[in-house]
Design a protein around this ligand. Structure first.
Ligand code: PXG
Ligand code: PLP
Length: 452
């Protein structure tokens, strides 16, 4: 039986025109029982803010879930989605097309690193990851090196929640319940070295040599069995890990030496988060495949994509022309609503200079987050572009509780942050103003002190 929710909440919900109990919705990545006892329900959004069902304004310090890069409910994007919904709801993605799919692909290719100009659409970051992994294995097979099937991820990596993604991923909680995962996967070590690098501003100076761990796996498995390496240029979900200076360059060199494809998972870093369209450009390292999602539509309509080097795409384009070249795709690949939203989003980014705004704000943002050094239990602070991570000493025997208490406190004070483990992550929309950065950090400072 469904139990009714708290009467005050029901009243608030009715004010927004809906009536519901909370039992049926099994919430993703959520402490369901805790949430349903004290729900945090959002009702509307605009610019840098949410309003909850009680009408309380909340400053969004995390761009929804790292995705609303243009800010909430931007009129141009809203209108594009409305117009598209009225004009054509759906177009079959297989053996059919519609103009906006081609237009968006071209627009994405235009801001991607040189050479990466073939775009395959998915509906999420997780699907983009599965697509890229399959593309990598199929690429080697099509060019006659079918022994290259092994996929290499990295400890502490997050690549979404599907089987390929959790197999190459390196977050134990996301893996341990799900059996034997994909066969033929291995991991290089992570780059988190607080003993040497704590409180680094931007890229840590120590640790380029951690990339050499890939040579260890090449020696163990032989390069002829390895299809691809996938890493996040900046790891987000695992607690904001910034690559040491020279690390990604070295990974690229090792991949080149052994004919291994390099995949950058830019689901979080794509679309301006680090101060360039893609982190590949910020770091000056060009991968063979990029996975992206989130910011491609500023979170408005689900969409992801793989951006491939033309040379990878072209290998598939042989054989009889009436045959399908790559046996992969989703019903909703290049969905018209997502394409319309994506084009309007890229227009908004271009008009407002948002893809480079993180670079302009980086100094102010870094000063603000690093001002938390010395606050109780703050053991590390990391930043790059408009990404910040504040790591806290866990409460003895209660890992994650201190950060979660800080999250709840900030929510009460009207600021939405994210936590993972005992790390608070910040990634505000790229339209954030300096005063709002200060408000986020001051609120966090108060919550950190109260959680001491
Ligand atoms: N790769 C990376 C690098 C990601 O960050 C995914 C793949 C999966 O994307 P989808 O769209 O399937 O969720 C992600 C997603 C957080 C948080 O707060 C991070 C993500 C999603 C939700 C929350 O750390 N990253
Ligand atoms: N399951 C069944 C039974 C299907 O018919 C389909 C698609 O036709 C799928 C799963 C995959 O759905 P999607 O293309 O939305 O990923």
């Amino acid at each position: 039986m469904n139990k009714p929710v708290d009467p005050a909440l029901m009243q608030a919900a009715e004010a927004t025109g809906s009536r519901f109990t909370m039992d049926a919705h099994w919430m993703p990545f959520t402490a369901n029982r805790q949430f349903k006892k004290a729900p945090r329900l959002l009702a509307r959004a605009s610019g840098m803010h949410y309003w909850d069902v009680d009408g309380r304004q909340v400053l969004d310090a995390v761009a929804g879930l790292w995705c609303v890069n243009a800010g909430h409910n931007r009129p141009r994007i809203v209108k594009a989605i409305q117009d598209q919904a009225a004009e054509m709801d759906f177009a079959p993605a297989f053996q059919m097309g519609h103009p906006k799919a081609f237009e968006l692909a071209e627009r994405v290719a235009a801001i991607a690193p040189a050479g990466l100009n073939r775009v395959f659409f998915t509906n999420s970051g997780s699907e983009a990851v599965e697509t890229a992994l399959k593309m990598a294995i199929a690429y080697h097979r099509v060019r006659g090196e079918g022994s290259r099937t092994r996929l290499i991820g990295r400890e502490r990596g997050y690549h979404g929640v599907n089987f390929g993604g959790i197999s190459v991923g390196g977050i134990v909680a996301n893996r341990k319940h799900f059996g034997s995962l994909l066969a033929g996967v291995d991991h290089i070590r992570h780059t988190h070295e607080p003993a040497r690098n704590a409180f680094s501003r931007g890229q840590p100076t120590n640790g380029a040599e951690l990339a050499d761990d890939l040579e260890r796996l090449v020696a163990l498995h032989d390069a002829s069995t390895i299809a691809a390496v996938i890493v996040e240029p900046v790891a987000g979900s695992t607690g904001v890990l910034i690559p040491p200076q020279g690390y990604l360059q070295r990974l690229r060199e090792i991949c080149d030496r052994h004919g291994i494809l390099l995949i950058f998972d830019e689901v979080i870093t794509g679309f301006g988060r680090t101060g360039s369209a893609f982190a590949a450009q910020t770091f000056g390292v060009t991968p063979d495949l990029i996975t992206c999602a989130k910011g491609i539509t500023s979170g408005t309509v689900p969409m992801g994509a793989v951006i491939a080097k033309q040379a990878i795409h072209d290998v598939f384009m042989n054989g009889p022309e009436h045959l399908i070249e790559f046996f992969h795709g989703y019903t909703y690949s290049a969905h018209p609503l997502a394409c319309a939203a994506g084009i309007a989003t890229l227009d908004t980014y271009a008009d407002e200079g948002l893809l480079t705004r993180a670079k302009e704000l980086e100094g102010h943002f870094a000063d603000a987050v690093h001002s938390l050094k010395g606050e109780p239990n703050v053991i590390d602070i990391r930043n790059l572009g408009l990404i910040g991570g504040i790591e806290l000493a866990p409460i003895a025997n209660q890992p994650t509780k201190r950060a979660f208490d800080i999250f709840l406190d900030c929510w009460k004070q009207g600021v939405l942050v994210r936590t993972t483990g005992d790390i608070v992550a910040l990634s505000p929309p790229l339209i954030v103003e300096k005063g709002q950065i200060d408000q986020i950090v001051d609120t966090l400072r108060g919550a950190i002190r109260r959680a001491a």
